[in-house]
Design a protein around this ligand. Structure first.
Ligand code: GAL
Length: 262
């Protein structure tokens, strides 16, 4: 069984890679052949030498919020490689696996196709407090009568074909938003929540799998979210190159990529 792990660490986020990788090798589904697809602008990353399972893909640092918003487009750039996997999972850069995780508890089974994780900030909250995208101009828009759970963008995946379909659909919608000068409230996370509305083929992971460090939640911490503040904070980590010219450049790059693929 091959599991593709999608991981983005451009710019300063590369500091998270080493411990993430070590914790995954130690604790994540021991029986699986794990392939790490690491999108980074680092010239070299730890453990990549003589390692057939670490695939480093050059990814320019697009700045905030495109580093997160355009993740699905990045993944589609290596669609052929990803389609060789049985399962695909995206992990946020600052995660670390604390406890052993078995295939039974993590992988979709029976009629499940996708895997989504309950956001640790909303597992016990009412729908009206969910931070879904409420902007009707956005393709991630969710009305106040829709949705049962609020899912996090930091850990998701599924059976390869189902997840590739999901990222293809979300990437197209994000392109439409970009053309309409709209950015969904919580970027890729808003689109993921929209995509999951009304589906009954989702395996739901509890916040045990996205447990923020130093928080007191009624779950056992299995995958820990490291505090970005201990690594310079959000602002230092994010490359805030989000001026008009840069976004224009990004849109042109997407168009170029799409034309090239046709
Ligand atoms: C925050 C988190 C964001 C986003 C937001 C949703 O806690 O840092 O990435 O998920 O919740 O409301």
């Amino acid at each position: 069984m091959k599991i593709g792990i999608l991981y983005i660490c451009t710019g300063r986020y590369s500091i998270f890679w080493k411990e993430f990788y070590l914790s995954m090798e130690k604790n994540f589904i021991y029986s699986a052949e794990k392939h790490y697809f690491v999108f980074t602008d680092s010239k070299e990353i730890d453990f990549e030498k003589n390692n057939q399972n670490i695939h480093r893909i050059y990814q320019e640092d697009l700045g905030w919020p495109d580093n997160t918003l355009l993740r699905f487009t990045m993944f589609l750039g290596i669609k052929e490689d990803l389609s060789l996997m049985d399962y695909l999972f995206f992990f946020n850069a600052n995660l670390i696996v604390l406890e052993k995780i078995s295939s039974e508890e993590f992988l979709p089974k029976n009629n499940e196709k996708l895997v989504a994780t309950l956001h640790p900030g909303f597992y016990n909250k009412k729908r009206k407090s969910f931070t879904y995208d409420r902007n009707k101009k956005s393709t991630a828009y969710i009305s106040k009568n829709e949705g049962i759970n609020y899912f996090a963008g930091g850990l998701n995946g599924g059976i390869t074909q189902a997840f590739l379909e999901a990222i293809c659909s979300m990437s197209n919608k994000i392109d439409t938003d970009t053309k309409n000068n709209v950015v969904a409230k919580w970027h890729d996370e808003s689109h993921w929540n929209r995509y999951l509305i009304g589906r009954n083929d989702i395996k739901i992971l509890t916040p045990s799998f996205l447990y923020p460090i130093n928080k007191d939640l009624p779950f056992k911490p299995i995958i820990l979210i490291r505090d970005k503040n201990n690594y310079g904070g959000h602002h230092a980590l994010r490359n805030k190159r989000n001026n008009y010219l840069n976004r224009l450049l990004v849109i042109l790059k997407i168009l170029f990529y799409k034309i090239k693929k046709k």
